[in-house]
Design a protein around this ligand. Structure first.
Ligand code: 3HC
Ligand code: NAI
Length: 703
């Protein structure tokens, strides 16, 4: 059973017990109804308390059950709530902790609610591309008022129980207990009180019977729709939340409930909801490393050292200062150190200006920062992260010094974006302590962290770094060692396709527009201009030596030969006016492209947006499939997470691998076969990765 049943004198207590968060899966739902029936049948029981064991009252419907036959099995959640409402003895929800989604809907189906302070209360379904589907949109407005309820439903944000309990006129909570520890006793005492009143003839209150009106409904819901439309962008759920709450104010409770059910069912089938549910599960799956058990002991990380105070080193440092971990920043030269610290200050000051940081906190954070030019000063750090130039010689020299000075057991991490972590580890006598921590720029902002597992990286080092990532609020994904790890290895194929598209007749603006319409935050050429086209140039120069067989468009090299490195030089794929970031199509680039096509004997053709998107995205997919096959990523959802968190892949599409699943792998492979026939593309690349070909053949998916 996933709910326990106990009788304490005249009060029955049903305790949800389905770890980790008492998700309301089939077995739990069944157990709740069984408990209610038992309590009703027991003449000695006068009242029923419904509560949760462990970390939550309930985190809501069991997300892992969505899309499985159990999700459809009766009793579904609305049926459980209907059963609750029909019990002839008072049912009291006793909420000691997280109360979300279906969990909150369950509580709203009870006759009374007693809550402890500090509980997180939310209807977060919108974050999964859904709306509350078990009466939440109908009952919450009845206990909190339409506007407060709609705000909670549309934002999905959690509110503390004591704040809700303090709202004037609220009917959400009948009693605020003194503490979580006192909750059950207080709830049982309350149950006895209301049972006595009920026996004396008082009716059992139901939330559904409360009135639900907005005095200026038309105006208010019109205004709410306008606000929500602006924020919802590619997601249908927020507007449907407004529809459902409006329905609560317009007619009978049952009609509103029916409308909510219809909207919920529609949203459940949308690709946007599948994408968000995929993201939720992907984030949690990524923290699990198949051969590193969850209980692997972790090393203590109380102090950190960062080597290199450049673009990355400064941002990396801020992550630790932000959570109270002292950092010692080491540089080769005092000027570089001063510049790095000044940038950190500037970043914090910008946050103060925007009202995101207080002066006090800023000073507390800066007090945790110290600087040095001497390796001896960082010897006692628990973790050191190297962020010096991307040059194997320089990195090897740094790691030799670290090996010489760092205390035993210190973790030695590199932020390299392309170099071989095994080679770096091999210059030390402690390769088991070496790991890659690949942050993304700006490192204090971007959520993604690729944790690069070297051949010899110890399991406790991995476990420690993954836990630390959570502490600094990063989404960490483990990658094996290869050139570019997961993200950059894939982006190279995407960039190559972008180049071939120019060769064949596209303009940079056409490519950018097509992929931005698909949902990417920025197309490849605007992105190149922002990051600096010289970075890719340096990588290609290396590639021409390492992989001479690899085909590239020459357009990006021609651009760099003209000194058009992007925004920083005032010109790149686009022209820029001084001090402005607006990308203006460039006649110089147009001419360069025309001449280049002529030199290749290519007659430019009109390329559809659909082809542009397919070639760019399927290039990611094919390389992603190779990465999975090579064991560089443990699961397809890890790849999706990297692209959603680090590369601006549109959230509503759920990442390249889920997008390919949605398109159908058979169709993806068919498209690749067509692309392979294009004489100006790279036929070898478009051979579907064996894993992709096999899954397509078997009618399966990546995820
Ligand atoms: N169903 C199943 N599992 C859930 C779950 C849920 N609703 N919510 C969380 N979990 C699982 C996670 O997958 C994770 O499992 P794992 O240990 O195997 O990886 C575990 O609980 C812990 O989750 P977190 O790592 O997120 O733990 P936190 O302590 O940081 O957060 C939480 C706990 C606040 C409950 C957070 O997990 C959360 O926000 N969960 C989502 C809640 C939600 O969206 N509920 C609505 C569901 S849809 C619904 O109810 C439909 C209804 O209206 C009909
Ligand atoms: P950067 O050039 O801005 O900074 C490098 C810093 O290292 C400079 O301040 C330099 O003075 C210092 N340095 C060089 N040699 C040193 C030494 N021996 N000892 C101490 N300090 C030394 O470079 P950036 O962009 O910060 O890159 C650093 C690393 O991060 C590289 O490995 C890069 O590939 C990686 N990276 C860069 C990203 C980016 O977008 N810039 C993204 C992810 C990783």
């Amino acid at each position: 059973m996933t709910a326990e049943y106990q009788v304490h004198g005249d009060v029955a207590v049903i305790t949800l017990n389905n770890p980790p968060v008492n998700g309301l899966g089939y077995a739990t739902r069944k157990a709740i109804v069984a408990g209610l029936n038992r309590a009703e049948d027991d003449a000695a029981v006068q009242a029923i308390v419904l509560t949760g064991a462990g970390a939550a009252f309930s985190g809501g419907a069991d997300i892992k059950e969505f899309g499985t036959p159990q999700a459809m099995q009766q009793p579904n959640l609305p049926a459980v709530i209907a059963a609750l409402e029909q019990v002839r003895k008072p049912v009291i929800a006793a909420i000691h902790s997280v109360c979300m989604g279906g969990g909150l809907e369950l509580a709203l189906g009870c006759h009374y609610r007693v809550v402890a302070p500090g509980c997180s209360v939310a209807l977060p379904e919108v974050k999964l591309g859904l709306l509350p589907g078990a009466g939440g949109t109908q009952r919450l407005p009845r206990v909190l008022g339409v506007e407060t309820a709609l705000n909670m439903i549309v934002s999905g944000e959690a509110v503390k129980s004591e704040m809700l309990a303090a709202l004037p006129g609220q009917k959400h909570f009948d009693k605020l207990a003194a503490s979580p520890e006192a909750l059950l006793d207080e709830a049982m005492a309350f149950a006895r009180e209301v049972a006595a009143k009920h026996q004396a003839g008082a009716p059992l209150p139901l939330v559904r019977s409360l009135p639900c009106k907005h005095p200026q409904g038309d105006g208010y819901f019109g205004f709410a729709r306008n606000m929500v439309r602006g924020m919802a962008k590619n997601f249908p759920a927020p507007l449907k939340c407004v529809d459902a709450v409006e329905a609560a104010t317009q007619g009978k409770f049952e009609d509103g409930l029916r409308r909510e059910g219809e909207l919920f069912a529609q949203l459940m089938l949308t690709p946007e909801s599948r994408a968000l549910r995929h993201l939720f599960l992907a984030e949690r799956a990524a923290s699990k490393i198949p051969d590193v058990p969850a209980d692997t002991p972790k090393r203590t990380i109380a102090t950190v050292a960062v080597i290199g105070a450049g673009t990355m080193g400064g941002g990396i440092t801020m992550n630790f200062l932000n959570v109270g971990i002292p950092v010692k920043l080491l540089e080769a030269k005092q000027e570089a150190l001063d510049r790095g610290v000044a940038t950190i200050r500037k970043n914090y000051e910008a946050q103060i200006k925007k009202g995101k940081l207080t002066q006090d906190k800023y000073e507390q954070r800066m007090a945790l920062l110290s600087t040095t030019l001497a390796y001896a000063d960082i010897a006692n750090a628990d973790l050191v992260i190297e962020a010096v130039f991307e040059d194997m010689g320089v990195k090897e020299a740094v790691f030799q010094q670290l090996d010489a000075v760092m205390k035993p057991g210190a973790i030695l991490a590199t932020n390299t974006s392309t170099l071989d972590v095994n080679k770096i580890a091999a210059v030390t006598k402690r390769p088991q302590d070496v790991v890659g921590m690949h942050f993304f720029s700006p490192a204090n902002v971007m959520k993604l962290l690729e944790v690069v597992r070297g051949e010899k990286t110890a399991k406790d080092v991995l476990a420690t770094v993954m836990a630390l990532a959570k502490k600094i609020k990063k989404v960490a994904v483990v990658a094996g060692v290869c050139d570019g790890f997961i993200g950059n290895r894939m982006i190279e194929q995407y960039s190559r396709q972008a180049g071939f598209l120019l060769d064949e007749g596209c303009t940079p603006a056409q490519v950018d527009k097509a992929i931005e319409k698909f949902g990417f935050a920025m197309g490849p050429f605007r992105m190149g201009d922002l990051a600096g086209n010289d970075i890719g140039w340096a990588i290609r120069k290396r590639r021409y030596v390492e992989k001479p067989h690899m085909k590239y468009s020459k357009t990006a090299d021609l651009l760099c030969e003209m000194g058009r490195f992007g925004q920083k030089t005032g010109a790149g794929w686009y022209d820029y006016q001084p001090g402005k970031r607006d990308a203006i199509p460039s006649p110089v680039v147009e001419k360069m492209l025309e001449e280049h096509r002529k030199s290749l004997g290519i007659t430019p053709r009109k390329i559809s947006d659909e082809e542009i998107v397919q070639r760019l995205v399927f290039a990611l997919v094919n390389e992603g499939a190779h990465i999975l096959e090579d064991g560089i990523a443990s699961r397809a959802s890890d790849i999706d997470l990297v692209y959603l968190m680090g590369y601006g892949f549109p959230l509503h599409r759920g990442g390249p691998m889920l997008y390919a699943d949605e398109v159908g792998l058979f169709n993806v492979v068919q498209a690749m076969r067509r692309f392979a026939k294009n004489p100006y593309d790279d036929a070898a690349f478009w051979q579907p990765a064996p894993l992709l070909a096999r899954l397509a053949d078997e009618g399966k998916t990546f995820n």
